[in-house]
Design a protein around this ligand. Structure first.
Ligand code: CAA
Length: 307
């Protein structure tokens, strides 16, 4: 087990600029993103905007094309709003290629996994990536509630596995938690920190504990909010108005759970409850019923609100 102070020291070095990061960190130019759903497409977008070459992998060409179109749409909106030039948009779009084959990730310096939030498919993916990627490539997971250490254990080179946890929507949220699993190497962690810096985002390095930093706090808080709906007998609109106007939240808790996805939030709650056994972590029955009924929030067109 590594000395925690050593991690704290590295964080300070990393925060004062790229040169201060350990020189053995992998020099990243090409990033693979596996899974181009809302999170993966968002990560791919910020990476091409920051000048990285990105290979995005989806299971069908149609899903890959849909993700590329979504990224193109958001970059075009930036042009329309004067935040980017057309040339910058075209260059960013040209840095993205999509594929259905994992072999296309062989040349990547860093691969970020953003597939379905379940242990077994992620472990199978990491085991396969290990056979395809260069031995020095860093393998990262965007998991929000699973153990990075358990994912790394599916490989024979767990030292190169880290967590890089982006927040939804990834292009707009500045934070990335850079997660050190039990056997992550300093070089792998430093590579993650350096990439986050080049993405122009804020890295918070942390250890591999359930929910890391933000979800350890946010998941039970959102569960409390949903319980208050019934306890205080208020409508979602009223609860959201209360938290935006009374607590300064940028969006209300019901709108936020709709954005994250009811299924994603319930799954993360169950994963944290399983590990921590704290009652507040358990998903409120109201959310479980919504998930079971297919009310998944924005992505299904209906959650607390209609879209
Ligand atoms: N991807 C890319 N670009 C997007 C986007 C997306 N998903 N959504 C919006 N944009 C772009 C659009 O171009 C949009 O401009 P137009 O509408 O003019 O096209 C632009 O961003 C600005 O969008 P908004 O006007 O909606 O931005 P806003 O100022 O209202 O802020 C917000 C939106 C950043 C989402 C803000 O409401 C906020 O911070 N909400 C809280 C979000 C949050 O807490 N996220 C964390 C969720 S928890 C999590 O992710 C952890 C987990 O593991 C589950």
């Amino acid at each position: 087990m590594e000395d925690r102070n050593a991690f704290a020291g590295r964080r300070q070095r990393a925060s004062i600029g790229p040169r201060a990061i350990d020189s053995c960190a992998v020099e990243v130019q090409r990033i693979g993103v596996v899974g181009l759903g809302a999170m993966g497409a968002g990560i791919a977008q910020v990476a091409v905007e920051a000048g990285f070459d990105v290979v995005g992998r989806e299971v069908t060409p149609e899903l890959g094309e849909a993700a590329a179109a979504r990224i193109g749409h958001f970059l075009t909106r930036k042009v329309e709003k004067g935040q980017r030039t057309e040339e910058e948009r075209d260059e960013a779009v040209a840095r993205l290629t999509t594929t259905t084959g994992l072999e296309a990730l062989a040349d990547c310096d860093l691969v970020i996994e953003a597939i379905v939030e379940a242990l077994e498919p992620k472990q199978a993916l990491f085991a396969e990536l290990e056979t395809i990627c260069r031995p020095d490539a860093v393998l990262a997971t965007n998991t929000s509630a699973l153990s990075v250490t358990e994912l790394a254990a599916a490989t024979s080179s767990p030292e190169r596995v880290i967590g890089m946890h982006f927040f939804n929507p990834a292009p707009l949220m500045p934070l990335v938690e850079v997660v050190r699993a039990e056997l992550s190497s300093d070089d792998a962690v430093d590579t993650g920190l350096a990439v986050v810096e080049r993405l122009g985002k804020t890295a918070v390095p942390c250890h591999d504990t359930p929910g890391f930093v933000v979800n350890r706090i946010l998941i039970p808080l959102l569960n409390d909010c949903v319980r208050v709906l019934d306890e205080a007998r208020v409508a979602p609109e009223a609860l959201d108005a209360a938290m935006t106007n009374g607590a300064g939240w940028p969006m209300g808790p019901c709108a936020l759970v709709d954005l994250v996805g009811i299924d994603v939030h319930v799954h993360a709650s169950e994963a944290l409850y399983e590990k921590l056994r704290e009652p507040r972590m358990a998903p409120p029955p109201r959310l479980v019923a919504m998930r079971n009924a297919g009310l998944l929030g924005r992505k299904s067109g209906r959650g607390f609100y209609g879209y």
